[in-house]
Design a protein around this ligand. Structure first.
Ligand code: SAH
Length: 215
């Protein structure tokens, strides 16, 4: 796979756009400069990779909009070496951004062919990433607790199971909405065993979270 000066130029321009839209976490911006988003696109459509827009990746799923990836990555507020669970691997792009930020990542995807494709693209990070096939709507208990959980599909509600898998001080970032169309980003921070701080943030449009705790 190639990453030409033209790709890099377009990527830098996109990152400047994200900064202008309010993304100010330098770890997020420099990770996004490093990850060639066009590698995560379907063949023949890479010319669309450096627009700030979601794009279909097959199986009725999408690669998230760059602004959304940046926004969620910024909200989980993670440090190098911390343990993160991503629910909805999709193309693997959000995973690659988190891995460039230095985390230890667990990522779960429902649709096997998507996971298999992402696994190839995430090979360079294989020592710090575990890809899991299955329903992540109730998290992944086996590797809990996590410093952060990031949900990249729209959920009907916030499952208690997810909250229980956070470390004290850990953060869950999840789009929630009672319509399948738009969701509000929620951030829940575990303050103590039973206390959570909840913030309701901007509006987004995600594909639906399916499975037991989904639609
Ligand atoms: N993070 C992805 C976004 C993919 S879209 C990216 O950067 O490309 C959301 C993904 O969540 C889809 O691939 C969908 O199949 C997956 N998904 C939906 N419900 C799920 C569930 N219950 N468990 C695991 N993955 C799920």
């Amino acid at each position: 796979m190639i990453d030409t000066a033209v790709h890099q130029g377009r990527r830098h321009k996109l990152i400047r756009e994200l900064a202008a839209k309010g993304i100010d976490n330098s770890a997020v911006l420099s990770a996004m400069i490093k990850v060639p988003r066009h590698w995560f696109f379907p063949k023949d459509f890479e010319q669309y990779a450096y627009r700030d827009a979601a794009f279909p990746i097959g199986h009725e799923q999408t690669i998230s909009q760059p602004f959304t990836v940046a926004y969620q990555s910024q909200l989980i507020d993670i440090q190098k070496g911390e343990r993160v669970l991503e629910i909805g691997t999709g193309s693997g792009y959000q995973a690659a951004v988190l891995l460039e930020m230095g985390v230890e990542l667990y990522t779960i995807e429902y649709i096997k062919p998507l996971l298999q494709k992402a696994a190839v693209l995430l090979k360079p990070y294989k020592d710090r990433v575990r890809l899991i096939h299955g329903d992540g709507s109730n998290g992944v208990l086996k590797y809990a607790p996590y410093d952060a959980i990031i949900v990249t599909a729209g959920a009907p509600t916030i499952q208690n199971e997810l909250l229980k898998q956070l470390k004290i001080g850990g953060k869950l970032v999840i789009p929630v909405g009672n319509s399948r169309e738009t969701q509000k980003m929620h951030r829940l921070t575990r303050m103590s065993e039973n206390k959570f701080h909840r913030e309701v943030l901007g509006q987004f449009k995600f594909v639906p979270l399916v499975g037991e705790g989904g639609w």
